[in-house]
Design a protein around this ligand. Sequence first.
Ligand code: ZN
Length: 102
Amino acid sequence: MKLIFTHENRLLVELAKSKLEVAGIPVFLKNEFAQGGSGDLAPHQTWLELWLERERDFERARQLLRDDGDGQSAWRCGECGEENGAAFDYCWNCQCPRPAHS
Ligand SMILES: [Zn+2]
């Protein structure tokens, strides 16, 4: 199992999940029922997480999440250099916001 995507915005995680499922990649969610207000947990620990059942799907899954958007181009994270799909406003890898000029 391998974590492929997590985000503060649960909708983005759900979107990524359905995209991978459509492509036939088995995935599952963690923290699906975690919500804010849980007291002991830091906020990032309650982010919805999208996991791959098979690690060997990782590269393909990442490619699929990258090839996003409607003709918009992918952007490169200024922090970690990772490429991100056009639909994502935050780096999938380090959660840095997308550069404004991109
Ligand atoms: Zn990054």
